[in-house]
Design a protein around this ligand. Structure first.
Ligand SMILES: NC(=O)c1ccc[n+]([C@@H]2O[C@H](COP(=O)([O-])OP(=O)(O)OC[C@H]3O[C@@H](n4cnc5c(N)ncnc54)[C@H](OP(=O)(O)O)[C@@H]3O)[C@@H](O)[C@H]2O)c1
Ligand SMILES: *[C@@H]1O[C@H](CO)[C@@H](O)[C@H](O)[C@H]1NC(C)=O
Ligand SMILES: *[C@@H]1O[C@H](CO)[C@@H](O)[C@H](O)[C@H]1NC(C)=O
Length: 318
């Protein structure tokens, strides 16, 4: 392997490759090849979730790459996420076991609470009543966290963390935590730089992981005419300056701030290009120029749960 990934160190001493492959909306039938290609190219970090409905195919790719000797399990970093319908403490171990079985793994490197909001327990990931509204559960994510800690105790995951938690919710978790979250995985890109949440987490030894770093151009609710990061003049002129592509500038924008980043692609040439970012570094001034695009531009608002008591993006600054 000619290109070598950098790592971020967690508060438990473990290392996480700073650049990983996202798998949301990677279809069964294409994600197998995407994960095989990524591992061949040098990726060692794969971001998965039960909700994505493709963990079996991701797992098949991981198994094949281990069996054929391309990579060892201990050199891979595999993340999965606890979906909202499994927050009740007695369901947490069952849920991680489903992901482990699907992925064909004995342990995860990282298991995240996918969202702070609990939904009604059961097999339907979006349980809805007659008027189409999601049915909530009143389980408190504090109690979910205590069940997550047990997964570390019994060796089903090396680290545990949060996703889509706001600063107040993180503080509540820290107040009860025996094992600290190692990361908070949140939307993060130039339109939503997350500087305040990043500083807040850093002060508490929690890393940030940037999802939708390219602005999630294929998000299902995108409307024509919405701003597109890849076409931003400031990003394009930096791409010209550094002789890289706009996407590579966006990926470096996370890496050079010390933020873990997980761009998704199922296209081999893009998977390779997205990993070809180790030969340059953005200057402090250029990072500031990119951050000036911040407009609180949240692209993943999780609209269907907005009345939930634990919705993270309502009535809070960050
Ligand atoms: N925790 C959470 O709640 C949460 C929420 C959202 C996302 N995530 C994670 O974060 C990952 C990344 O976020 P995302 O999938 O929303 O969006 P993203 O990574 O910002 O963008 C992915 C899109 O960009 C395209 N793309 C990738 N590389 C490209 C390139 N070099 N040139 C042009 N287009 C390119 C991909 O298309 P092709 O595949 O066709 O290349 C895909 O449509 C997800 O896959 C998931 O693992 C987590
Ligand atoms: C989860 O899997 C582990 C390891 O195979 C097993 O020991 C444990 O009993 C399982 N727990 C549940 C709740 O299924
Ligand atoms: C894969 O990505 C390359 C480079 O962006 C692009 O030219 C090509 O059309 C893509 N292929 C598919 C099947 O989307």
């Amino acid at each position: 392997m000619s290109q070598k990934s950098q790592f971020v160190k967690f508060n438990n001493g473990l290392l996480c490759p700073i650049l990983g492959l996202g798998t949301w909306q990677s279809k069964p039938g294409e994600v197998y090849q995407a994960v095989c290609d990524a591992i061949d190219i040098g990726y060692r970090h794969i971001d998965c979730a039960h909700l994505y409905g493709n963990e079996k195919e991701v797992g098949k790719a991981i198994q094949d790459k281990i069996l054929s000797g391309v990579v060892k399990r201990e050199d891979l970093f595999i993340t999965s996420k606890l979906w909202n319908t499994y927050h009740r403490p007695d369901l947490v171990e069952k849920a991680v076991n489903i992901s482990l079985t699907d992925l064909g793994l004995e342990y995860l490197d990282l298991y995240l609470i996918h969202w702070p909001m609990a939904y009604k327990e059961g097999n339907d990931p979006f349980p809805t009543n007659a008027d189409g509204k999601v049915i909530y559960s009143d389980v408190d994510y504090i109690d979910t966290w205590k069940a997550m800690e047990k997964l570390v105790d019994i060796g089903l995951t090396k680290s545990i963390g949060l996703s889509n938690f706001n600063s107040i919710q993180i503080e509540r978790v820290l107040n009860v935590a025996r094992i600290k979250p190692v990361t908070n995985q949140v939307e993060c890109h130039p339109y939503l730089s997350q500087q305040k949440l990043f500083d807040f987490c850093k002060a508490r030894e929690i890393t940030l992981t940037a999802y939708s770093p390219l602005g999630s151009p294929k998000r299902p609710w995108a409307k024509p005419g919405e701003p597109n990061l890849l076409e931003e003049p400031k990003i394009q002129s930096l791409a010209t300056k550094y002789k890289k592509s706009p996407v590579q500038i966006l990926i470096r924008y996370a890496i050079d701030r010390g933020i873990i980043v997980i761009p998704k692609s199922v296209n081999k040439s893009r998977i390779a290009n997205n990993f070809n970012v180790w030969d340059f570094k953005l200057s402090k001034e250029d990072i500031q120029i990119i951050s000036s695009l911040d407009c609180n531009g949240r692209l993943i608002p999780q609209a269907e749960g907005r009345e939930h008591k634990d919705h993270p993006f309502v009535n809070v600054e960050f």
